[in-house]
Design a protein around this ligand. Structure first.
Ligand code: NAX
Ligand code: ADP
Ligand code: K
Length: 506
């Protein structure tokens, strides 16, 4: 595993640090090392001579900031310090004393502060233990309103290290330099408006110390390019045929939502799946054929309202002829009998969109546990609430762990920071995405893509959860690439499908 994959809580980080210190690394030496690494990165961002304000807190986050202040001072930056606390931890206090002997200006009142080009936030790190209040809260709000770039050390001050919750108020950072290992809070959706562009400053924590604290197989992992590309593109043997490369069945679409079926199909196309069958209402058949000529389009009997009335497969095949099934986009809830029928299949099954709404309505979540093969549920927050009304979803990570355990399914909760849990509570978080994806139909593309990947992994030594994580990563990266070329407003769901392949070629 690479350092980029690990995710830790404040308690775990403290335990890991304690091991390093017990092993003999002096605390002051580590602070010096971390400060030096931060400075290197700052010099790449801030041009020489600029004025940099340094916010110093009472703990070691403040200590890190003081090392940075001293180094930037010697590198020719105009540095000032804001340090409003009466009591500092000992090491922090020593660094503070030295910056004073260097005559680096220091202020305790925001009214006295000079102007600045950049701000370094070293108020609080993972030691924040209660709400920020009074004059410190006022200062944080003052800096946020200045609209000058802020670089937070470790975590934006005011964010809860584990939940990403705002404790009173919090710094809205432009960049966050997370120290050593990714803190869980930085990957929580509610932290996003505060974190800015986040990067890891690796200060060489021995892997043995990490594993000693978080276990051999970490519970929570960040999805990275390296992990995703370790499964992509899926290997294809020289001697093979289409049915050996997966056969995906999509069950989707209605007269009302015909486009959903097309988008799901185009997502599946990009996965490289060997055979694609798409069950749609009979009246949509020619439309689908014209958009996806390579797919086998199965026209199904339809309800009066134009939804699939029953999945009528061609002779000689049944639901167990497929290597994966994805059901839901654009179905409508007009025929609720479709979901209990599909759940009987013995291959991996993805339920999305209206299939989830039907599931919520008929209350079949407990029956999922009886399925012989994996089930993947891909709700957005609204669908999640309907499916699991009793689960508190404010901590999304805990929520999906509970949902996955209750349902026996793999739960992928969509959003700005899509997170995935398996029934054992192992979690994967997609750390990078773009709001360009907040657009009708982009979820349909994910369902098709994921279905196509799932269909292809039989007989390969790839875990289903890993391929679900890979699909989430690939989908987001396509959105990011499309937004880079076409702006955030240019990423409609069809366009998104056209950027899936280029992600892999890049
Ligand atoms: N030990 C080291 O040399 C290293 C230090 N690091 C830095 O150390 C930080 C953790 O240091 P600490 O454990 O000292 O914790 P912090 O620096 O995050 O702050 C804790 C201090 O703030 C006070 N405090 C907490 N909440 C407060 C509130 N709401 N209002 C006012 N005061 C409050 C506490 O009483 C304590 O004095 C990390 O985030 C990181 O920046 C490490 O990352 C690298 C190694
Ligand atoms: N703010 C955001 N930032 C990043 N990704 C987002 C954001 N909002 C939505 N997405 C992604 O866009 C997709 C939307 O899916 P969904 O809500 O099912 O839409 P639809 O049903 O219209 O296809 C999901 O993959 C989700 O993770
Ligand atoms: K900070």
């Amino acid at each position: 595993m690479t350092k980029e994959q690990f995710v830790v809580t404040a308690t775990q980080m403290r335990q890991i640090e304690a091991r390093i210190f017990t092993a003999g690394m002096p605390v002051a030496a580590l602070m010096e090392k971390v400060g030096g690494l931060i400075c290197q990165r700052l010099q790449a961002i801030i041009s020489p001579g600029k004025c940099v304000g340094i916010l110093v807190g009472p703990g070691h986050n403040g200590g890190d900031a003081l090392v940075v202040a001293r180094e930037l001072h010697f590198r020719g930056y105009q540095v000032w310090i804001y340090q409003p606390f009466s009591k500092l931890k000992e090491l922090t206090s020593q660094h503070f004393q030295y910056t004073q002997s260097l005559k680096i200006p220091c202020y305790q009142e925001i009214s006295q502060l000079p102007s600045y080009d950049f701000l370094i936030d070293g108020l609080f790190g993972f030691g924040l233990e209660r709400e920020i209040t009074d004059s410190i809260a006022a200062a944080v709000n003052y800096f946020n309103h200045k609209n000058q770039p802020i670089i937070s050390i470790d975590i934006p001050s005011g964010l809860h290290t584990d939940t990403g919750e705002v404790l009173g108020t919090a710094i809205q950072a432009t960049y966050t330099f997370c120290l050593g290992l990714w803190k869980q809070g930085l990957l929580q959706e509610q932290a996003l408006p505060y974190v800015g562009k986040a990067e890891l400053i690796d200060f060489d924590i021995p892997l043995a110390d990490i594993h000693a604290v978080i276990g051999d197989i970490p519970k929570i992992k960040r999805i990275t390019q390296t992990t995703a590309l370790s499964t992509l593109p899926l290997p294809r043997p020289l001697i093979t045929h289409k049915y050996k490369q997966g056969h995906l069945l999509l069950i989707c679409g209605s007269q009302r939502y015909a486009g959903g079926a097309i988008l799901t199909g185009l997502g599946a196309r990009a996965s490289g799946v060997g055979m694609l069958s798409i069950a749609v209402p009979e009246s949509l058949k020619m439309l689908l054929v014209s958009q996806l000529p390579e797919a086998l389009i199965i026209g199904c009997p339809e309800t009066e309202t134009g939804a699939i009335a029953s999945v009528q497969l061609p002779e000689n095949i049944d639901l167990n002829s497929f290597t994966a099934i994805a059901c839901g986009p654009g179905l409508t809830k007009d025929n609720i009998s479709i979901v209990p029928e599909i759940i009987q299949c013995e291959c991996p099954l993805i339920l999305d969109a209206d299939a989830l709404n039907i599931l919520a309505q008929i209350g079949t979540i407990p029956t999922l546990k009886q399925r012989k093969s994996a089930t993947v549920l891909t709700p957005h927050t609204g669908e999640f609430k309907r499916l699991f009304p009793n689960i508190d979803h404010t901590d999304r990570i805990k929520a999906i762990q509970t949902a996955a355990q209750e349902s026996g399914a793999i739960v992928l909760l969509k959003g700005a920071r899509t997170a995935i849990s398996n029934p054992q509570g192992n979690v994967w978080i997609n750390p990078e995405s773009t709001p360009a994806l907040a657009r009708g139909g982009s979820g349909d593309v994910l369902t098709g893509l994921l279905g196509g990947l799932l269909a292809q992994i039989m007989n390969k030594e790839i875990f289903i959860e890993d391929i679900v994580a890979t699909a989430a990563w690939w989908h987001s990266q396509a959105g990011i690439l499309a937004a880079q070329t076409r702006t955030e407003l240019g990423v409609d769901a069809f366009t998104l499908t056209q950027y899936l392949m280029p992600v892999l070629k890049k």
